[in-house]
Design a protein around this ligand. Structure first.
Ligand SMILES: Cc1cc2nc3c(=O)[nH]c(=O)nc-3n(C[C@H](O)[C@H](O)[C@H](O)COP(=O)(O)OP(=O)(O)OC[C@H]3O[C@@H](n4cnc5c(N)ncnc54)[C@H](O)[C@@H]3O)c2cc1C
Length: 399
């Protein structure tokens, strides 16, 4: 997603400056990866999420070498070579190879039927498993990806269990109260959620048959989806001698330790930070494009990113640091609504909204702009003030 976004930005400024070749490991053009969850849930078709198909590449005059991952970079000769032996020269190289799903190395992790959730091939495997009537799915990981996978598998008729190591779901995005509400909502739909679940082994002869936890619980499984995190894809860059930490190290201009090579997206490490959401990638793409096209010496400035769970009917939003003690909390358990707004030095620094996220954009803006919220504090939890009216008297009147 980040690579082609960079190309689009370059084409805006310098449509004819480069002869472009794109190598892609996947055997097709591009699609919106974040929409894989709605495809799995049956709410969208793959065709709906394609963003750059082969005709787009042809129209732009780009050579697309799809289905052939780059396996080596020769920085002296300035060439890259793909897995099938295709070699292309470069003046400027952009690495945008994303990240790899973490697979927990428990016994049985390599059995057929144990997969990750990263690309359309994984979605196809999940849909095929559901259609084959292989009824029990186990998802390891109760974060954003795991829950979206579980929801999709459940909607496709699989009996689905989520195993989550931590005591509460989505602990990186939700406080314990909203996480508990989320768990209840998912259970009410028919999913089984086990928190504090430590996977010991995956069992099966020719393919996966069950998952065993350290407490001895055994859960039948004809499909296991591991959604326990991602790791930046650095092998190619490391082999080429580029400076890598946990990701491919880039400076503020998205340049690697080789000035002819840029990197954007989840594969990078910028000032010690790794990335897992698309919003920062668009900013990186802009910076890399400005510099590659030579239009501006733009710098990448990290910004906050918000998260939503793409499970239809569940309204949640999380942004920033929501763990602070100066918190304004609104909770209506009967309606399944919980809001936690965290303030520091009269600035909103984090928000968790569960069950009612209609003002998420406003809170996000306040955090992003660092606005002084002292005059809004009394009614902050009810959303933006209605023009010409005071939100609190209005509410009291309504009661
Ligand atoms: C199911 C799912 C749901 C998500 N939902 C959200 C969401 O709601 N909100 C959000 O902000 N983010 C979401 N994300 C994360 C988001 O999709 C990623 O942040 C984004 O796709 C990263 O973009 P990228 O360009 O860095 O990597 P990718 O989109 O992964 O693109 C990298 C590409 O490089 C290819 N590649 C790898 N190695 C090589 C090689 N050696 N040579 C050539 N090509 C190679 C890969 O096959 C891949 O096609 C979701 C991710 C998934 C999987």
């Amino acid at each position: 997603m980040a690579g082609v976004r960079t190309l689009e930005e370059i084409f805006i400024h310098a449509p004819h400056a480069f002869s472009v070749t794109v190598f892609g490991a996947e055997p097709r053009g591009n699609y919106d990866r974040i929409m894989l969850s709605p495809v799995l849930a049956g709410e969208k078709r793959f065709a709906d999420i394609v963003t750059h198909d082969r005709p787009w590449y042809e129209k732009k005059g780009i050579e697309l070498i799809a289905g052939e991952p780059v396996v080596s970079i020769d920085r002296t000769a300035r060439t890259v070579t793909g897995a099938h032996g295709t070699t292309r020269p470069y003046d400027v190289l952009l690495i945008a190879i994303g990240s790899n799903p973490v697979i927990i190395p428990v016994p049985g992790h390599d059995l057929p039927g144990v997969i990750a959730f990263r690309d359309i091939a994984d979605v196809e495997t999940m849909l095929a498993a559901a259609q084959a009537g292989q009824g029990d799915a186990v998802v390891i990981g109760g974060g954003l990806l795991g829950l979206e996978a579980a929801n999709g598998l459940h909607r496709n008729g699989m009996k689905t269990t989520v195993l989550h190591l931590m005591p509460t779901l989505m602990e990186r995005q939700l406080d314990p109260v909203s996480a508990t509400m989320l768990k209840s909502d998912l259970e009410a739909r028919g999913l089984t959620m086990i928190t504090g679940a430590n996977t010991k082994a995956i069992h099966g002869t020719d393919r996966v048959e069950a998952v065993e936890l350290t407490d001895g619980t055994v859960i039948p499984a004809s499909l296991v989806v591991m959604a326990v995190g991602i790791r930046p894809n650095t092998a190619l860059a490391k082999d080429a001698g580029l400076d890598c930490g946990r990701g491919i190290k880039v400076d503020d201009g998205m340049r690697t330790s080789d000035p002819a090579i840029y990197a954007v997206g989840e594969c990078v490490e910028h000032r010690g930070t790794l990335f897992g959401l698309v919003a920062p990638l668009w900013d990186m793409a802009q910076v890399a494009a400005d510099r590659i096209a030579g239009v501006a010496e733009t710098d990448y400035i990290p910004a906050v990113s918000g998260t939503r769970l793409k499970v239809t009917g569940i309204d949640m939003f999380s942004v920033g640091d929501f763990s602070g003690e100066d918190a304004i909390v609104y909770c209506d358990p009967a309606r399944g609504v919980h809001k936690r707004l965290v303030v520091r030095d009269d600035r909103l620094i984090g928000a968790v909204l569960y069950g009612d996220a209609c003002h998420s954009g406003w809170y996000f803006g306040l955090i992003q702009d660092g606005s002084d919220i002292s005059s809004l504090r009394d009614a902050l939890v009810f959303g933006p003030p209605v023009e010409g009216q005071d939100a609190i008297p209005e509410l009291v009147e309504a009661l």
